[in-house]
Design a protein around this ligand. Sequence first.
Ligand SMILES: [Fe+2]
Length: 392
Amino acid sequence: MRYSQSYLMNGKNTLLSLVISLPKLSFEPTNQLNTMRIFSLIFAFVFVLSCSEKQSATTISEMEKEIKVVEKDNPNLNLNTIAFGSCSRQDSPQLYWKYVAQQNPDLWIWLGDNIYGDSEDMQVLQAKYTQLKSDSNYQGFTENHALIGIWDDHDYGVNDGGKDFPKKKASRDLMFDFLEVPKTHPAWQRKGGYTAYTFGETGKKVKVLLLDARYFRDDAEKDYYEPKTYRYVPNEEGDILGEAQWKWLEGELQNSDAQLHLIGSGIQIIPEDHRFEKWANFPKARKRLFKTIADCGQENVILLSGDRHISEFSQMEIEGREKPLYEFTSSGLTHTWSGGGGEENQHRVGELTIATSFGAIEINWETQPLAVTMKMFSTQNGELLQERKVAF
Ligand SMILES: [Fe+2]
């Protein structure tokens, strides 16, 4: 939008310059031939400029349309800032989008609980997606920003839901429609909602892998140690991704020449001390994920997660990796944890943030090794809450 306006302004300035310069031309009233030539020249110039403006308007429209539709590979979309968030009630005010826009993100990643669907009735889910998409604040943001995403439990359709949710196929299609995943994207042809996207030119590539931690996930038992309070009992042999998604993930990581990899999961991966949903409830799957990341030889990996209505940075040494693995949890956008108090996380670095927020990853392409800064921003006023730099 910005450069398109400047293009039009340049055209108008050129025309203005021509008009101003007219008196400087040899313009003798008695020389009718010269006069006709000059007017013909001006007419031709104005005609060309007029066409140029019309053409640029068409080009702008196509460019704006193009940037919203994120194909699997987007070599022309270089990423300097990536914003993401989770847990947004569709019936809460969506005023925070202006603060996200202030960070000038090149990409927005929905990281789950994008609506609070919570229904097996797909008309209810559709209506809630429509409510969010109809919001003028959200529309104002999405008209000018590319976005991708993955679900968590509430937009999947059931709180803490897994592979047994009976409407998961229909719900997946609604999510892809909401995200405007192009019908040509291979994800439409498989089960589940996982997707991979590569952005940027050679040497500045970012690969985003969005894991589906719902569609194939086994169950975990709840232990009610108090009448209304439970903790999950680890399912030692249980899986989260399912074999097809594991194979896909391994392939995407091994066959990548990206300079940065972002792996998104609705639920947290590294934190293991709290009692709620997390990869640690499925220790075998969590270990396999760490091994998959280590074995692919990509050091430049950051994990992204949501779900928890808190925000924090976690860091963990992983066998087979030279440098620690970082996770950036950002949640929630419209509401936060009301339980009060703190929460243990042996892997946390920095502070526990209990405030509505969104995350941003800023990439500094000029540094060697590559460095990124993870930033947490308030959705109440756009203020920076915390930041942490990671160098690979
Ligand atoms: Fe969730």
